[in-house]
Design a protein around this ligand. Sequence first.
Ligand SMILES: [Fe+2]
Length: 409
Amino acid sequence: MDEQIKAYIRQTKRRLRGLQDVKSAFSAVRDQTKCDVETIRELSEKGRSTIPEIDYASVKDGTVSDKLRQECRARGAAIIRGVFPRDQVEDWNAELGSYIAENDYLKKAEKKAGLDQYFSALDSGKPQIFGLYWSKPQVMARQAESMARTKQFLNGLWDVAGPMGDEFDPNEDFAYADRTRRREPGDKTLGLSPHMDSGSYERWVDPAYQRIYGKVFEGAWQDYDPWKATFRTQTREYSSPAVCSMFRTFQGWTALTAQGPDDGTLSLIPSACGIAYFLLRALQDDVAEDDLCGAEPGRALSASPEWHSDILEGLVSIPLVEPGDTVWWHPDIIHSVANHHQGDDFANVIYIGASPKCVKNEAYARKQATHFLAGKSAPDFAAEDYEIDFKGRATVDDLTDLGKRQMGL
Ligand SMILES: [Fe+2]
């Protein structure tokens, strides 16, 4: 880490530690966290799901109960089942496989390896993620009406009202073109250690993040509301390949194949307030003045046994999901991908998050659209640009009216 960054961290820590008694605040947050983690463990040991599950039919009809919405808010995660019909998704999965094979992706990827350093600070290496953004299945899934409704529902869990007007429009969304994962059965080498995306050291240093987490930093962590949108679209992330520069209300993916606890797929800590533990942990006496428990700009924010053991106990796998189901988590939720895929089939997903209409997202969408038209990698990611001459890539003619709006075209 360069000296300038270390100086920012020292400065920030001095200031934040002056705002409250960070030791007693952390002690209280830690007790609460341990209590939450115990509940999560008890439920999962009894075989009960700790991640709320919702049928797409009730999202479509607007009949999701307040209790279930509240549960989504408390857990910071949700599974919305049946967003796409199984047949449709199985076709997409096969089509994506052909797109990769016919365009000789693997051979081309070998030559370009090493452009993406984002996960290099984590213990495990990269999962089998393909740097493809514009295959027809990805574009079709992003622009589907059912996906748009799902995202409206999720955006609606946030409180958008703020002193300067609404932070974002929960009913309109821009597409965020992300990649696709195709994980082979038996794979052992590829996984992701527990981490958060959407900012690492920025969560302490960036002025907008300091305001988002104001209650935690200023001695009122009990009043912190992870669903208050104010300032969320105003954060600035250190620029680097694969750091998301859109604001996402939820990260998420759509399952292309069935996958569950043993299939090398997603685990997360379903506690929306876990971030308070994380933030205050780094301000304790046993952490060096120029260190935030390992947080580094341009890297995923890692949750490590060394610093965060209390909360890591709460890491649970998602339940079995079927093709067409979708999984969603709040940007402050710690998540991981298991090291070992012990199942018999591919665990494939298309990453699609919720990125609602706001100034920040619109600016990115406009930049992204020029990359789409040229077939280049999406601007947030390493400029591998595989798809420029790929056969069968989606073009503007494949976009519906909704798809064009979502692409800022
Ligand atoms: Fe992640």
